[in-house]
Unconditional design. Structure first.
Length: 167
């Protein structure tokens, strides 16, 4: 056992509950405790999970507690990852005169007041997964002139909403 592995084991035991200590002991026996730099760590190395909530970011991604146990290369220790929201990327409208598009898996979302870019810019927003939309019938008219069951369904199609109601 290396010195750094022994130090990690001691730190992990100090921050553990009884169940966590049992998992650490079993991990040590089967040899899965240590992990290389830049790799995920065994959850037992991070100790109890943080009670940090997740929160939606402006681009539609999730910030906060990712529930991933990762190694900090600088301190050679493991900890629970907390993700910050990425910066907002404007698109469309007068903010995007060159017609720059959003990256893959994103679409340009506008507020209703921006009227699909004719009255203001939008922001690049993550295209939602189709199975993540609620089965709610609240028709919206997309910027493509097609009526969608709801705003989420328009987003799945990569289309911003022009107004509520049918087109």
């Amino acid at each position: 056992m290396t010195v750094s592995r022994a130090r990690r084991l001691i730190r992990a035991f100090r921050s553990c509950s009884r169940m966590c200590a049992l998992v650490l002991a079993l991990s040590l026996l089967v040899g899965t405790l240590g992990c290389a730099d830049d790799e995920p760590c065994a959850p037992a190395e991070c100790g109890p999970m943080l009670p940090e909530p997740t929160f939606p970011c402006e681009d539609g991604s999730i910030g906060g507690d990712t529930r991933r146990c990762l190694r900090d290369v600088a301190s050679d220790s493991c900890g629970w990852e907390l993700r910050e929201c990425p910066p907002v990327r404007p698109c469309g409208g007068s903010a995007d005169p060159a017609g720059v598009t959003c990256p893959a898996k994103f679409f340009c979302a506008f507020t209703l007041e921006a009227m699909c870019g004719s009255a203001g810019p939008g922001v690049c927003h993550v295209i939602p997964e189709s199975d993540g939309c609620a089965f709610i019938s609240s028709p919206v008219c997309g910027c493509d002139g097609i009526t969608y069951d709801n705003g989420c369904e328009a987003g799945v199609a990569g289309v911003a909403v022009l107004h509520r109601g049918n087109c």
